[in-house]
Design a protein around this ligand. Structure first.
Ligand code: NAD
Length: 369
């Protein structure tokens, strides 16, 4: 398998965690005899310093020519005085827009070894493994008309969707559910909003093409409650843009640390993979950054851009092994500290590498039998 991966490490802890994710991808390439090429590119504050632009044309062009884009994080206090369109974060918004992905995937998983990290009780989070599929290019954030009329003291936004926009993201959710526990929960506010009625009717229509997948509809307000009450009841959760933004953040507390959360944005010209966290200037350069979110993001890249499901699952399993063995970066070191070993960013990366090598070795010897 040949894969050209654009690497946008960015600012702060971005390069630190991305480096560990790239090491894991290199290991997968080596073990599997794949030909992965990594193309380092500038984005964010480092790009402003080098070129004056948060998203240089050379970066954008190279991303569009690659098979996948792996991003670290952007943001640097040094540029806080600049107008929003000139700041590092605007490079991120521009690249997301240019790559055109419409389906944002965010897993929320309760790792047994981290059950003390969630503010929810372990018996509530136990077994939770949810994949959010959030529509990313439509809805309230992009609909027009939109205005804040300061002279009349009114402001308005428009929640707008077309049937085809809903259908394409619904298909992504059903396809993914087909390979998981075969359940889609579609979230809307169909008791009040016409746009939600279109959403519900369209999702119901798409569901007919996936008879093996169970579809349920939930109103967003009760969904917010059910997510915290019985998270294990959900498999794939399909939502529009605003509801997905809120619910996926809410569900992140199931895992318990921002440093553990991966994401993927698919469906556009080139898929974009990024951990959920930012550049964490408070811990940059200290070796405290948790690289597991970035490493799990690399697993998503292999799953969604290379169809290397076994390797993606092997990375995820290696992360579980390392956590179960008690290894912790500072952000996830809680609960019974006697059974935990505090490790740095690079040590955590090496531990995942070792666990991955072992599991791939086992897999290869099983295939050889
Ligand atoms: P943040 O995600 O950078 O940090 C929030 C808190 O979580 C901090 O205490 C940080 O130390 C901790 N944290 C984050 N990632 C961690 C990791 N991998 N391991 C251990 N701890 C981790 O959010 P913020 O502080 O609000 O923003 C800092 C900068 O990042 C800002 O410039 C912001 O605009 C930018 N930002 C970028 C992205 C992105 O690139 N996708 C996302 C959010 C924020």
């Amino acid at each position: 398998m040949r894969l050209k991966i654009a690497i946008l490490a960015g600012d702060g802890i971005g390069p630190e965690v991305t480096n560990e994710a790239v090491n894991i991808l290199k290991a997968v390439a080596e073990f599997g005899g794949h030909d992965f090429t990594f193309v380092p590119l500038l984005l964010g504050g480092v790009a402003i310093t080098a070129t004056g632009s948060p998203l240089p044309t050379a970066t954008l062009d190279a991303c569009l020519e690659s098979d996948a884009v792996l991003l670290g994080a952007v943001g640097d206090k040094k540029f806080d005085a600049l107008t929003p369109d000139k700041r590092p974060e605007s490079g991120l918004l521009q690249i997301r827009h240019a790559l055109g992905g419409f389906a944002n995937l965010r897993p929320s998983i309760a790792y047994p070894a981290l059950s003390a990290n969630s503010p929810l009780r372990p018996e509530v989070t136990e077994g939770a493994d949810i994949l959010f599929v959030r529509e990313l290019l439509g809805g309230l954030y992009f609909g027009s008309p939109r205005e804040w009329n300061k002279s009349t003291g009114e402001a308005w936004n428009t929640m707008r969707y077309t049937k085809s926009e809903v259908a394409r993201v619904a298909r992504v959710a059903f396809e993914l559910a087909s390979k998981r526990r075969r359940k889609v929960t579609s979230v809307d506010k169909a008791n009040v909003l016409e746009v939600s009625q279109l959403w519900r009717a369209t999702v119901t229509e798409v569901a007919k093409d996936y008879p093996a997948v169970t579809l349920e509809h939930q109103l967003v307000d009760s969904m917010a409650m059910h997510l915290m009450n019985i998270p294990r009841n959900f498999d794939v959760v399909l939502t529009e843009n605003l509801f997905g933004d809120i619910l996926s953040d809410e569900a992140s507390i199931i895992t318990g640390s921002l440093g553990m959360l991966p994401s993927a944005t698919i469906g556009g010209t080139v898929n974009l993979y990024e951990p959920v966290h930012g550049s964490a200037p408070d811990i940059a350069g200290t070796g405290k950054a948790n690289p597991l979110g970035a490493i799990l993001t690399a697993a998503m890249l292999l799953r969604h851009s290379a169809n290397l499901e076994e390797d993606a699952a092997a990375i995820e399993s290696a992360v579980r092994t390392v956590l179960a063995d008690g290894h912790r970066t500072a952000d996830i070191a809680r609960g019974n500290t006697a059974s935990q070993h505090l490790v740095s960013t690079t040590e955590m990366g090496k531990l995942v590498h070792q666990a991955l090598a072992q599991s791939i070795d086992q897999r290869q010897s099983m295939h050889a039998v």
